[in-house]
Design a protein around this ligand. Structure first.
Ligand SMILES: C[S@@+](CC[C@H](N)C(=O)[O-])C[C@H]1O[C@@H](n2cnc3c(N)ncnc32)[C@H](O)[C@@H]1O
Length: 288
């Protein structure tokens, strides 16, 4: 399975964790997209609305959240600007630790948690080499993170290590969905969407539909300078997780309708979200 080495959306074969850190320090998630000052309540509220609308077609999915027995001792790994700790807290999670490779994300997430009265412990961490002791957590939430790091398989092994036996995790990566698998045939439609004004605001991604290389689309989604963005087929994702976990469920979301130059009706958006979403999610359990 090609997880590194200039394939699957990496900008070059030698992109290092320091390149990844530099990019995300300068370009935290949702930075460059909002009209509100970064770190303001309005910024976080706009981020939540955009996230719910675009990543989950307006409606949360209960499969993201841990079972009752694993709600105390939760790690949100690659927390970004802190969307998840609030959602986890509101659904009964306690003793939440937030971790990210960057100071920028941690600072934003701490401000956000403070604004919403969510107690968290913050920790600067590289997912490939966590400093937590074995079996420190009951649940790990890791959404949209390990496809940005050079050693994706090492990050999966670390998630398993810091979980208790019987602990659960919710992990997601970019999915090589129908559109990405057949981009060779669909790029004419992409060019048309580009001419009609489709694309994404900010981070240098306006021309995303005009891109001809499929791996380049995946990388560019997070910004022109993003060093690494990989996408996985279902088989690749499951075989990445299986050496460490029992894979309980696999499902899909994320159809960024805001990138299209026309409005997508809600019912169609939901259908696309669940059937041809650009992210694949797995709920996994560490064997007891
Ligand atoms: C696309 S954002 C996702 C943020 C958040 N999980 C969410 O779903 O809103 C990716 C985040 O992963 C972090 N990240 C990338 N590689 C990492 C690594 N090796 N260890 C920890 N965090 C990492 C980045 O700094 C960034 O904040």
């Amino acid at each position: 399975m090609p997880l590194r080495g200039g394939v699957m959306g990496e900008r070059g074969p030698d992109r290092t964790i320091e390149d990844v850190r530099r990019f995300w320090e300068e370009n935290p998630l949702f930075g460059g997209e909002s009209k509100h000052p970064r770190g303001s309540r309005e910024f976080f509220e706009e981020h939540r609305r955009t996230c719910l609308e675009d990543v989950y077609a307006g409606e949360f999915d209960r499969r993201f959240f841990p079972p009752e027995e694993n709600r105390e001792g939760v790690l949100d790994l690659g927390c970004g600007p802190g969307f998840w700790p609030i959602e986890l807290w509101e659904r009964g999670c306690r003793e939440i630790t937030i971790a990210d490779l960057t100071e920028t994300a941690l600072a934003l997430a701490e401000v956000r948690c403070g604004l919403y009265g969510v107690p968290v412990t913050a920790s600067l961490q590289n997912a490939e080499k966590l400093t937590f002791a074995d079996a420190s957590f009951r649940h790990v939430n890791c959404q949209g993170v390990i496809h940005h790091t050079p050693e994706t398989a090492a990050a999966v092994a670390e998630i398993a290590r810091v979980l208790r036996p019987g602990g659960t995790a919710s992990i997601s990566v970019y999915y090589r969905n129908l559109f990405l698998r057949h981009w060779d045939l669909l790029r004419g439609i992409g060019r048309l969407l580009d001419r009609l004004g489709g694309g994404l605001r900010g981070r240098g991604r306006e021309g995303i539909f005009a891109v001809t290389e499929v791996d380049e689309i995946v990388r560019l989604y997070d910004g022109r300078e993003n060093p690494i963005g990989k996408s996985f087929t279902r088989e690749q994702f499951v075989s990445l997780l299986s050496p460490h976990f029992e894979v309980l469920e696999v499902f899909f979301h994320f159809f960024p309708a805001r990138a299209l130059p026309f409005r997508v009706p809600r019912a169609l958006h939901k259908f696309l979200d669940r059937n041809v979403g650009f992210m694949i999610f797995a709920t996994v359990r560490k064997p007891r």
